[in-house]
Ligand binder design. Structure first.
Ligand code: SAH
Length: 383
């Protein structure tokens, strides 16, 4: 014993928020319930967590006080900490979420006139290193757990005061896996999270209102279709392999032809359920009319729409955004070729919440917050 005070933070009780039915049943078992009641308890907990949005066990009045007490000895229903919430001039909101181990991820809410999309992260950092994406420059940290993915939705709904879950008049009508990370490289956790979010007794967002975006992890695309059948978005960004190899290095492993074949085979693709191709407009790189022509040729026959994303700049980015006139001409060509090709209005640029901008705050915040936390936390003596 050296007598030097050790910095210990009391571990919080593990939270039930974000867990699925099987894990909730395990929690009931851990709290001493007999086996025949596990399923019933899991159902109750599921209802309170995901239909009512309960923030404490005490709210769960359909569960006996005794049982709540026993659960409370081991668990709570807390959320991950919101390190910061920002609201853009255009109503976009961004939450910087500090996970239990201190890692940070961002979640973005994008309101539109008749709908609202929540853009959820699937990894801390990313392994893909797409050259135009800010998240890629952060490097790789780790996969999110299913509970951490669901947790982002809970945090957003808390903040928007969107409980209990209602079928109509929702603010968050859609969920897009388009935040930090590559969802198909965290497949099991993403699918487990989607099953919780889709469950009709909870948040109940239908698979038709969920879109998983991928840079093109080809072998997982048919699996996603078979397992959950959500909407699919492909970050295409280039029509030639040499250009795409540069922009999206994953292309070297799964080139354009293979990727498009997987899209053609994706179950359920139809005119009412089109695949989305995301295409960031990079000045002088992928934005010519010849590129548009090739794009239309490549995707011919696929029920698809093309989201043209004006490149969102970030400090040190090696690309610039295409001119408005170039983007308009590209869009016009695609529209005439029969592909709805909206130019995505950048949202939340002022809070770095737009596509591909998620990162820098996390890094800055991490250094700053750590310093502040250390300064604010008095040493806890060991006893
Ligand atoms: N890894 C998945 C999920 C991320 S989605 C994927 O690649 O699809 C984020 C979307 O924003 C992707 O289409 C990505 O290519 C795009 N993007 C990244 N950086 C961007 C930037 N600076 N400007 C515009 N779009 C960008």
């Amino acid at each position: 014993m050296t007598g030097i005070p050790t910095l210990i933070r009391a571990p919080a009780r593990p939270t039930l928020a974000g867990r699925g039915r099987a894990e909730l049943a395990e929690a009931a078992a851990a709290a001493g319930e007999p086996a025949e009641r596990h399923k019933m308890r899991a159902g109750q907990l599921f209802h309170w967590l995901y239909h009512r949005g309960a923030r404490s066990l005490d709210q769960m009045t359909s569960i006996s006080k005794d049982m709540r007490g026993r659960l409370g000895e081991q668990f709570d229903v807390g959320r991950d900490e919101v390190a910061r919430e920002q609201i853009s001039e255009d109503g976009t909101r961004k939450w910087l979420v500090r996970l239990a181990d201190g890692a940070l991820v961002e979640t973005v809410y994008i309101p539109e006139e008749d709908r609202g999309a929540l853009c959820v992260s699937s990894q801390v950092g990313c392994t893909l290193n797409c050259r135009f994406c800010h998240t890629g420059t952060q490097g790789w940290v780790r996969n999110l757990t299913a509970a951490e993915i669901v947790g982002q939705v809970l945090i957003a709904r808390d903040s928007l005061e969107e409980w209990p879950s209602q079928p109509d008049g929702r603010l968050i009508t859609n969920i897009v896996l388009m935040g930090m990370g590559e969802p198909l490289y965290n497949y099991d956790n993403v699918v487990a999270a989607l099953r919780i979010l889709m469950d009709p007794e909870g948040i109940a967002i239908s698979k038709r209102r969920i879109t998983v975006s991928t840079a093109g992890v080809v072998p997982m695309i048919p699996k996603l279709g078979a397992d959950v059948g959500t909407g699919l978005a492909i970050s295409l960004h280039a029509v030639r392999d040499d250009v795409r190899d540069e922009l999206v290095p994953l292309n070297k492993k799964y080139p354009i032809a293979e990727l498009l074949q997987a899209v053609r085979d994706y179950p359920g693709a139809s005119n009412s359920r089109r695949v989305t191709f995301e295409y960031a407009m990079l000045k002088g790189v992928n934005d010519s009319l010849a590129d548009a022509k090739e794009l239309a040729r490549l995707i011919a026959g696929i029920p698809a729409k093309v989201n043209l994303i004006p490149f969102n700049p970030w400090p040190g980015a090696p690309y610039a955004c295409s001119d408005d006139a170039t983007i308009a001409a590209f869009a016009e060509y695609m529209n005439r070729a029969g592909y709805s090709s909206p130019v995505r209005t950048p949202r939340g640029r002022d809070i770095l919440a737009a596509c591909g901008q998620l990162r820098s705050d996390s890094i800055r915040e991490r250094a700053g917050q750590r310093a502040a936390r250390l300064a604010a936390t008095p040493p806890v003596p060991t006893v």
